[in-house]
Design a protein around this ligand. Structure first.
Ligand SMILES: [Ca+2]
Length: 178
């Protein structure tokens, strides 16, 4: 429920400030993240619990999270050792065995902003490489086996209430009122 202390106009301003400021980092709520992952970024509902679990234990849903050695970035704590380049050098994009690799073709700070589309695309690349290499793409994340592998249904029912219709999916807007 929307907090009744705020007027509709104030809520609208807060909402716009949340979704329209490019480059800012963001701390997601679980429903918000679930809806963005599913409705905007085509993550199947069946896969949401695992991605949410990994994001929770890696970053606590905070896109500005940086690992203790400044090697891991963002919501999914993607490593600069293989997947992104701190300087934005993309000449080795897509080349797993190149040195230095930047498989996702991203400057690492792109993994810290509030646009998680490139993070999810990169996480899918990480997943696929590990799927090919180890037979289980989630093994790329250290939290997977101790925290997430046997995860139950983590997405609260109220994130996807019956007959819920997401608002204006194509404009990067989502319903953060539930
Ligand atoms: Ca990003």
């Amino acid at each position: 429920m929307v907090n009744s202390r705020f007027s509709t106009a104030e809520i609208r301003l807060l909402f716009l400030a949340t979704v329209l400021v490019p480059g800012d980092s963001k701390v997601f709520g679980i429903c918000e993240l679930s809806q963005v992952l599913h409705y905007q970024l085509d993550v199947p509902l069946a896969d949401l619990p695992m991605w949410l679990c990994i994001a929770y234990y890696e970053s606590n849903y905070n896109t500005s999270a940086v690992g203790p050695l400044a090697e891991d970035f963002g919501l999914f704590q993607i490593s600069k050792l293989f997947w992104c380049d701190p300087r934005g050098n993309v000449e080795n994009a897509g080349k797993v065995k190149s040195a230095p690799p930047n498989v996702c073709g991203l400057k690492c700070d792109r993994l810290l902003d509030d646009d998680i589309s490139d993070d999810v695309a990169c996480a899918r690349t990480v997943f696929q490489e590990h799927q090919n290499f180890e037979g289980d793409g989630f093994k790329a994340w250290a939290v997977y086996e101790p925290k997430c592998k046997n995860v139950g249904p983590l997405v609260p029912d109220w994130c996807f209430p019956p007959n819920y219709v997401p608002i204006n999916i194509s404009s990067k807007a989502y319903d953060n009122s539930i």
